[in-house]
Each structure stands twice: as structure tokens, then as C-alpha cells.
Design a protein around this ligand. Sequence first.
Ligand code: SME
Length: 161
Amino acid sequence: MPTADKIADLRNEVEGLSAASPTAQDLMKSMVKLLHDRMLKYNWVGFYMLEPGAQPPVLVLGAFEGAMTPHTRIPLNQGICGAAASSGRTVVVDDVSKDPRYLACSLETKSEIVVPVFVRGKVAGELDIDSHFPAAFTPEDQELVQFCAAVVGKKLENSRS
Ligand code: SME
């Protein structure tokens, strides 16, 4: 479990990245790198964003760190990613082999968290993290990932106003 100090440090660093990033895209790139480099159990970290205007809606792979994934476009009725985006809720899966919604990205993945990114109250995308460790995402991790997603949402709001 990450210590409270480590989480506090990361939150500060994420805020620093946001202040230093000219665009939301820059922020997402540096954020996935920070989380992937610093959190031992975060083995794949990436953003999926809703394609503007797409009907039916589709999530498109954005900035990520980790192995390439075959899932570069995910409809909202598919995967854990689709479930989080369509419900607007964080989804934590402790054992992906037991979740029928799971779309496999790597054979090594054991657990996953997906947190929606909101822009003016609407889902604009999500932050997806896979782990090679079972049940890697504690409530503390969940809070950290939700914080990161909220910082990106704010950046997007500011850049679209
Ligand atoms: N596992 C996800 C697909 C994306 S990859 O993990 C990168 C899902 O079930 O939606």
C-alpha cells in the first residue's frame, strides 16, 4: 500500500505538472509518465478520451506509458473502460480474470482501475491503470487516481473556455 507521504508527494507533483504544462495534452503525457515511473504496481497507465462528435460514442487511446495495447478504440458498451465512461463512475477490478467485461491488453495484467475525467460535469474521457499485481488498487490508490483525473478535467475546462 502506498504511504500517505508518498501519496501527498505525488499529489503535489501532479499539481506542479499541471501548472507547468501549456496544454492538457502535455499534462496527460507527463502525468502518465510520473505515475508509471513512481508507482511500482502501475504497470500500464493511459488516457482514453471520447472522440468529439462520434456517434455512437467511442473512447480513443491517448497518452500512455507501458506496452502497446490492441485496444486503441473502445465503444462504450465494451470493456471496463466502456463501463466507467458510460456510468461516470470509478471501476476497480481486483481480479480481471473474473470480470466478463474485461478486454485483455496484456496477459500479465491482474487488476485494473478506470476513473472518469469530467469536463463541466460530463465524462470527457478516463484514466486507466493496469497492474501485474492482483488487487493492486487500494482506497488510497483510488483517491490518488481520482485526484489525477480531476486535475486533468480542470485543465481541459480551462483550455476549452
Ligand atoms: N482492459 C481495458 C482495455 C484497455 S487496456 O487495459 C489498456 C478494458 O477492459 O476496458
